[in-house]
Write a protein that binds this ligand. Structure first.
Ligand SMILES: Nc1nc2c(ncn2[C@@H]2O[C@H](COP(=O)(O)OP(=O)(O)OP(=O)(O)O)[C@@H](O)[C@H]2O)c(=O)[nH]1
Ligand SMILES: [Mg+2]
Length: 281
């Protein structure tokens, strides 16, 4: 259970005789990075009752309602669809690339290509190529040290040539500075747009659910530099600091396409607001 709800639960134990309850309750919500609108909504909803179980149900309902607008499938259109995966190092981008490729190929019956634009680390490209062999889908990269923009541009050209339906581009998350990382990802995106003749359909921010307060900083960093159009949450199987995810989703204000719950290819499912809230409560 995340610290957010364990704190609320601790507070519940003293609910009846604690006059400071409401203030403390709101402080927990603000500390969890929930927006003031949501904090007020939750706070006024619990006014009507002193029953702990009822309060839990009300919180669950309000949070679910709040997240339902973000429950949208990743849409695949006719022609080549490009999915550019971005996020800081270690959040699970390469694993997500593999999971999406597997899902698109085996469930949606699409012709899929994986492209390795994480050329900063030699192992980054190898890791993705290994996945592509396991999935038996096309793979494109230019080896360690190559310009990620060139990988992106050429992979789009190749995908267009081959009649690929879904091209998933994995990017690096590890550069010396955040500014360097952002400018490189922006260049990679521009290279995609140039080769595709329009912006990539999906620029997806990958967020590690276990990273607590860092999640909001990452969301801020990426939304400032890029037009993010959706989120994929990873490591939702681990100890999740749930509250921070609400803050990040509120900040990005884009759909959450998928939630990942493990390291295996099949550990990915569409985001469902009700299940999500239920799991972190
Ligand atoms: N438990 C769990 N582990 C995951 C999940 N997704 C990825 N991992 C693990 O997290 C680690 C990092 O995953 P990667 O996919 O390499 O992350 P990345 O964002 O590509 O990392 P960099 O390329 O270094 O930026 C690996 O050990 C993965 O197996 C998940 O949903 N659950
Ligand atoms: Mg990677």
């Amino acid at each position: 259970m995340g610290w957010f709800f364990s704190k609320i639960k601790d507070l519940f134990t003293g609910v009846k005789d604690n006059p400071e309850f409401k203030l403390e309750f709101e402080k927990i919500l603000y500390d969890a990075d929930l927006s003031s609108v949501l904090v007020e909504k939750l706070s006024s909803s619990i006014n009507k009752t002193n029953d702990i179980n009822e309060i839990k149900t009300v919180i669950e309902q309000r949070l679910t309602e709040h997240l339902e607008p973000y429950q949208c499938a990743l849409e695949i259109e006719e022609g080549l669809n490009v999915v550019l995966l971005v996020g800081v190092n270690g959040v699970g981008k390469t694993t997500v690339a593999a999971k999406l490729a597997n899902l698109m190929k085996n469930e949606y019956k699409k012709k899929v290509m994986l492209a390795g634009a994480d050329t900063f680390r030699a192992a980054g490209v190898d890791q993705l190529e290994h996945w592509s062999q396991k999935i038996a889908c096309d793979f494109f990269s230019k080896g360690p040290g190559a310009d990620p923009g060139a990988v992106a541009y050429e992979s789009v050209s190749m995908a267009l040539q081959k009649g690929t339906d879904v091209l998933i581009i994995d990017t690096g998350g590890r550069l010396h500075t955040q500014i360097g990382l952002m400018s490189e990802i922006s260049k990679t995106k521009k290279a995609v747009s140039k080769a595709l003749g329009k912006d990539p359909q999906h620029v997806v921010l990958v967020i590690d659910s276990t990273q607590g307060q860092n999640i909001k900083n990452q969301a801020e960093l990426f939304t400032k530099s890029l037009d993010i159009n959706g989120i994929i949450l990873t490591k939702f199987d681990g100890t999740s600091k749930g509250g921070a995810l609400f803050g990040a989703i509120d900040l990005v204000k884009k759909p959450v396409f998928y939630v990942c719950t493990g390291e295996k290819l099949e550990n990915i499912s569409e985001f469902n607001a009700k299940n999500f809230v239920h799991k972190i409560l």
